[in-house]
Design a protein around this ligand. Structure first.
Ligand code: 5GP
Length: 196
């Protein structure tokens, strides 16, 4: 019996806690793997090349893109991000769930391209005020960056109405339960289990 995997495309405004939620899912389940994006953005303190992102120059990024090694790319806050194709193909054929932290533009592109092989999840912050508080306490952004991230958050939240699953991260444990339930519901879809 063959099981076909899929992409779990998770979008959320930065500061919503999506990275921790996705990391936890990959830790808890063998059939869940993380997609490591390629980016031209500078590495932040604490980030590890090859784990958080594959950090590359703009030149290399363009080359990978031209070679067809990225299934989608997007420019976010002036930097380029892209999803490497090979791990996605391998995960889908290998029956795995490949979790992706992706902006709304990229998620819609993948959904259009892959149909049922892509499941879109949007995680909302409790409110824009709470998001502002969380971003400020993280202390990673200048006031201008903060404003940019907040207006971007507002735009992304308005796009969430076209996602397949939407929930709010008020509390990590509750949000994680919701994410797990989505993965369980998707596993129960008969077309993901193909005989022969
Ligand atoms: P950050 O720089 O804060 O890590 O990420 C900024 C934004 O880029 C987030 O919205 C994140 O979801 C998005 N992003 C990260 N990797 C990719 C990717 O491979 N493709 C696309 N389209 N967006 C990505």
């Amino acid at each position: 019996m063959g099981r076909r995997g899929y992409i779990l495309a998770v979008s959320a405004p930065s500061g919503t806690g999506k990275t921790s939620l996705c990391d936890r899912l990959a830790q808890d389940f063998d059939f869940v793997v993380r997609s490591i994006s390629m980016t031209t953005r500078a590495r932040r303190d604490g980030e590890v090349d090859g784990k958080d992102y594959q950090f590359v120059s703009r030149e290399d990024f363009k080359r990978f893109e031209q070679e067809g090694a990225l299934i989608e790319t997007a420019e976010v806050f002036g930097n380029w991000y892209g999803t490497p194709r090979k791990p996605v193909d391998e995960a889908i054929l290998g029956g795995k769930v490949i979790v992706m932290d992706i902006d709304t533009v990229g998620a819609f592109k993948l959904k259009k391209m892959l149909g049922e092989d892509c499941v879109m999840v949007f995680i909302k912050p409790p409110s824009l005020e709470e998001l502002e508080r969380r971003l400020k306490s993280r202390g990673k952004n200048t006031p201008q960056e903060l404003q940019k991230r907040l207006s971007e958050a507002e735009r992304e939240i308005s796009e969430s109405k076209d996602y397949e699953y939407v929930f709010t991260n008020e509390d990590f444990a509750k949000a994680y339960e919701q994410l797990k339930q989505i993965v369980q519901a998707e596993a129960a879809k008969p077309f993901r289990n193909r005989s022969g």
